[in-house]
Write a protein that binds this ligand. Structure first.
Ligand code: 13P
Length: 248
């Protein structure tokens, strides 16, 4: 039985005072919940997470990682640095990085490998654009994104990744994928993973992301291949984030 996992992707939001309020609200509200919870925060706030979340059930992580181990790469943050601040997760290949920073499938695959090598759990994001869905290319697109990662990692590493299906047309738009659309994509992704490692595929957590909120989380999470959520906007309010966690 796969454990449900709910990760808040704060994107480029937050400040120290607001973060403290949000984190303490989440920790205070977590009682008897049946899911793992984590927040992926801007890199400058990893130290704050370490200070304020250590010893709580809430894990923390980052939103990107460099493929380089260190040296003259201005602006980059290495996997070892994330680990230094206790990060458990790192999001790789978010559609905003693919779109605004031109990250290719191959670069995302390299980031996945670097994260795994450092003992971090990469949360590998895949998802199609609206035009791609309308052109009937959803499976081709998300398979291509996933396959680049599967081609680079070892079969035994499959068990150490988390996948996130985030249809780009559902991110920040208020348009959630229907539970059936999401389930079909998740099932498809799991079948793709199975070609690399059949045994591990059954255990890989596949999160849904895209306008998930307390009101629609229950029905999405009830789908057999949806193992949790990667939450944007609703992760910035403790009551909404807790509402999603509690819908598991
Ligand atoms: O991009 C997302 C999480 O990574 C989803 O964002 P929203 O929940 O704001 O749609």
């Amino acid at each position: 039985m796969r454990q449900k996992l709910v990760i808040g992707n704060w994107k480029m939001n937050g400040n120290r005072a607001a973060n403290t309020a949000l984190l303490s609200g989440i920790v205070a509200g977590l009682n008897d919940f049946g899911a793992e919870a984590a927040v992926c925060v801007p890199a400058p706030y990893l130290a704050q997470c370490q200070a304020e979340l250590s010893g709580t059930p809430v894990a923390w992580g980052a939103q990107d990682v460099s493929v380089h181990a260190g040296g003259a790469y201005t602006g980059e943050v290495s996997a070892a640095m994330l680990q230094d601040f206790g990060a458990k997760y790192v999001i790789v290949g978010h559609s905003e990085r693919r779109a605004y920073h031109h990250e290719s499938n191959e670069l995302v695959a390299q980031k996945t490998l670097v994260a795994l090598a450092a003992g971090l759990t990469p949360v590998v994001c895949v998802g199609e654009l609206l035009a791609e869905r309308e052109a009937g290319q959803t499976e081709e697109v998300i398979c291509g994104q996933l396959q680049a990662v599967l081609d680079l990692i070892q079969p035994e590493q499959v068990a150490n990744i988390v996948l996130a299906y985030e249809p780009v047309w559902a991110i920040g738009t208020g348009k959630t994928a229907t539970p059936q659309i999401a389930q079909d994509a998740h099932r498809f992704l799991r079948d793709c993973v199975a070609k690399k490692n059949t045994a591990a595929a059954a255990g890989v957590q596949i999160l849904y992301g895209g306008s998930m909120k307390p009101e629609n989380a229950r029905e999405l999470m009830a789908q057999p291949d949806i193992d949790g959520g990667l939450i944007g906007g609703a992760a910035l309010k403790s009551t909404d984030f807790l509402g999603i966690i509690q819908s598991v």
